[in-house]
Design a protein around this ligand. Structure first.
Ligand code: GLN
Length: 474
């Protein structure tokens, strides 16, 4: 039995019936990685001995007892490298503590196993900005897996992991999940602790599960969610019994909003028809479809790239070659800072630091940063108004199928526009999930299409229930 081909639920059953032990599962996953990952590039490293030592102590009575989970390379796991797929940190920084989500996953019995590839410091939507090595889409290796959690999506899709954790600042869980044909959940802002995540844009970042099924996503969220005294933005709201909520797959009485702005110009017609067919399945399961308006959607990409870069320019100031990371030689201190940063950061990260510093500079603060904050409020109000009428919103995740490797690599704006359907949920702080919804044929490859469902802040229970009903309605 190849453990990495299983879902979390299947792996747990295999443990319970003694068909497999956690150590056997981990060895089997390591074999799968060695067999196929060199062509995919989903992993940056893994520590077999450490995972086997954890497996020896696994408590199978816990909800995730002995379940190995692949972790995006920006999440601190005590004793593991945490390089953010950057030249600046890789080889020079080992995490000295567990992020809160890792502590919680361990308390539920999980074993962190493997560091997944990503766009450097989570900036990108193709994984082509990894400072270490490229990662490709397991469905067509000439195409990108999406990003920035491209490695986490690819290892789940390629069956070299049972499940993975990613982070989503503007779509980085949902977008690669959609392009790789897996389930990706971005929790509401404040549902999950950010302590121990390398910050990109602190008012937008959330970590979440990337899994083969919605049921696995519910299991992981239940373990990860909840308040954290080390992150004051993580709210003390009760964690729902997400797995229990899945039992009811009847959607009668559920109102699904269809935002017309999410089916507008620029959407690939083949994706549109798959997503519309998916929405009909929700209707067949009892849901009522309601057209809604989200009039500020067109400003979301611009708003995000002002706010996210502003926050990133501050957050990345700590990487100076002194406190963290690889240090460049220079005669004076300023030279150490500037050379370490010039050598350590890739071009997309530099572009964003420059942009972020510019929009925060005294002459431009009101024109850009302050105005973007106001537009963010309007975008949040679009969601609030929509959720007065409907329970969830349904839309595509991606306007286009996965890009070819190298396509748009010198056109950052084309990449930014690919985030059009995912970014607003981060600006509004609401939760969203990407669920596989058919495929489209492109040049002889069958490429996955994702359906995005978005729910109100802290509406994960109902969101997961509806997503599960959709997934099992096939
Ligand atoms: N693609 C978006 C960006 O490049 C989102 C990244 C993310 O969610 N981390 O900023």
């Amino acid at each position: 039995m190849k453990a990495a081909e299983l879902t979390i639920q299947e792996l747990r059953k295999a443990y319970q019936s003694s068909d497999l032990s956690p150590s056997e599962a981990i060895r089997s996953i390591a074999e799968s990685i060695d067999e196929v990952d060199s062509d995919i590039g989903g992993y940056l490293s893994y520590d077999l001995d450490q995972a086997l030592a954890d497996a020896e102590k696994a408590d199978l009575s816990l909800p995730l007892g002995g379940v190995p989970i692949a972790i995006k390379d920006l999440i601190n796991v005590n004793g593991h490298p945490c390089g953010c797929a950057s030249k600046l940190l890789t080889g020079a920084y080992t995490a000295p503590y567990d992020a809160t989500i890792i502590r919680k996953l361990r308390e539920a019995g999980a074993i962190p196993f493997g560091r997944t590839n990503m766009d450097e410091f989570a900036m990108g939507s193709t994984n082509q900005n990894s400072g270490i090595k490229p990662c490709v889409n397991p469905h067509d290796k000439s195409r990108v897996p999406g990003g920035s959690s491209g490695g986490s999506a690819a290892v789940v899709a390629a069956n070299t992991a049972v499940a993975a954790i990613g982070t989503d600042t503007g779509g980085s869980i949902r977008q690669p999940a959609g392009l790789c044909g897996i389930v990706g959940l971005k929790p509401s802002y404040g549902r999950v602790s950010r302590y121990g995540l390398t910050a990109f844009a602190s008012s937008l970042d959330q970590a979440g599960p990337m899994t083969k099924t919605v049921a696995d996503s519910a299991l992981l969220l239940e373990a990860m969610a909840g308040s954290c005294e080390l992150d004051s933005t993580c709210l003390d709201r009760p964690v729902g019994s997400y797995t229990k909520a899945l039992e009811n797959t009847d959607l009668s009485g559920v109102k699904v909003g269809i935002p017309k702005e999410y089916f507008a110009f620029g959407l690939d017609p083949a994706i549109e028809s798959e997503v519309r067919a998916g929405i009909s399945r929700l209707e067949a399961a009892g849901a009522e479809l309601v057209e809604v308006e989200m009039p500020h959607t067109e400003y979301a990409v611009a708003t995000y790239y002002v706010l996210a870069t502003a926050e990133a320019s501050g957050n990345l100031a700590r990487f100076d070659g002194v406190r963290y990371g690889n240090r460049a030689e220079s005669e004076d201190l300023l030279g150490v800072y500037t050379k370490s940063r010039a050598q350590g950061f890739g071009s997309e990260v530099k572009r964003r630091i420059l942009l972020g510093t510019y929009v925060l500079s005294s002459g431009y603060y009101d024109a850009y940063y302050h105005r973007a904050q106001k537009v963010r409020t309007l975008i949040r109000q679009d969601f609030e108004k929509a959720f007065e009428k409907v329970d969830v919103l349904a839309s595509p995740v991606n306007p286009l199928p996965a890009f070819k490797v190298g396509e748009n690599s010198d056109d950052p704006v084309a990449n930014y526009l690919a985030d059009i359907y995912t970014i607003s949920a981060n600006l509004a702080g609401v939760c969203g999930i990407s669920v596989p919804c058919g495929a489209t044929e492109v040049e002889g490859s069958s490429l996955p299409v994702g359906l995005q469902l978005v729910g109100p802040a802290f509406g994960e229970k109902e969101l997961l229930r509806i997503a599960h009903a959709f997934e099992t309605s096939v």
